[in-house]
Design a protein around this ligand. Structure first.
Ligand SMILES: NC(=O)c1ccc[n+]([C@@H]2O[C@H](COP(=O)([O-])OP(=O)(O)OC[C@H]3O[C@@H](n4cnc5c(N)ncnc54)[C@H](O)[C@@H]3O)[C@@H](O)[C@H]2O)c1
Length: 247
């Protein structure tokens, strides 16, 4: 029998899912059968194309406009989800910013913690939850000149360990992905064109190419599936080999 990943009957929240890695993750979770709840800070009318695109591969996603950097936003996101679907199985803490110190901390550390903390109460009911945090390899490499980004992504990394330890006895598995060099609006703030970004990295990437949001989404799918049922507190590096075997 072929292996398959079936998330039907599961309800999954992806934060920061209007574009980039979050959107690709929402799409692949929907394709695996989950009812996906998309969170972002954009008004709902700007999200129709994203909802339509995801609906082509699965159930129509439910959009909640919530700023997870505010505790009330995190609380509302989880409460609106459970009010609508009466359960919560998966939380992907993906929302990210390049911003000042306070905002970076509010999104990458406090927001991640608050979403997880409110989600925990809903997940406990089934005794089988999954939380996946999106950190960054810059935690180890030092990154490229944005100290508040590096420091707060380290918060996402260490909270993965804290939450995994704290929630293990509740049946909630908590893991993280550390991406790098993924084509998205965030990384494009450093380059004048996609061609420039690709040219810069193709010389130094061990596998000879940059990454795309789907490369990270596939790892998140694995971490939300039964295939990873013995993993918790793990941090998977998805960077085409750059950190460990790059030049
Ligand atoms: N692109 C990369 O190479 C790379 C590398 C390492 C880590 N990451 C991480 O991956 C995640 C996704 O990044 P991306 O590259 O897709 O970036 P992106 O800028 O394309 O997407 C980030 C999304 O988060 C949303 N967001 C920001 N603040 C929010 C808030 N307070 N509440 C809700 N949503 C919010 C944005 O509106 C946006 O839609 C981020 O956590 C980022 O730090 C990306």
């Amino acid at each position: 029998m072929a292996y398959s990943i079936d998330l039907s009957e599961k309800v999954a929240i992806v934060t920061g899912a209007a574009k980039g890695i979050g959107k690709a993750t929402a799409k692949i979770l929907a394709q695996a059968g989950a009812q996906v709840v998309i969170d972002d800070i954009l008004p709902e009318e700007n999200m129709q194309d994203v909802l339509d695109e995801i609906e082509t591969v699965g159930l129509r996603p439910f959009y909640i406009q919530a700023d997870i950097s505010e505790e009330k936003g995190a609380e509302d996101l989880i409460k609106s989800t459970t009010d609508q679907f009466s359960r919560l199985d998966i939380l992907v803490n993906n929302a990210g910013v390049v911003a000042d110190w306070d905002k970076s901390y509010a999104v990458h550390v406090k927001g991640l913690y608050n979403c997880s903390n409110y989600a925990k109460d809903a997940m406990q009911a089934t005794g089988n939850g999954r939380i996946v945090n999106i950190s960054s390899t810059c935690v180890h490499s030092g990154g490229t000149g944005i100290p508040q980004y590096v420091a707060t992504k380290a918060g996402a990394y260490s909270l993965t360990r804290y939450l995994a330890r704290t929630y293990a006895s509740l049946g909630i598995l908590v893991n993280a992905v550390m991406p790098a060099v993924i084509m998205s609006d965030m990384i494009m703030t450093r380059y004048s064109s996609e061609e420039e970004m690709i040219k810069h990295y193709e010389q130094i990437m061990p596998i000879g190419r940059i990454g795309y949001p789907e490369d990270v989404a596939n790892v998140v799918l694995f971490l939300c599936s039964e295939l990873s049922s013995f993993l918790t507190g793990q941090v998977i590096v998805a960077d085409g080999g750059r950190m460990h075997i790059g030049i």
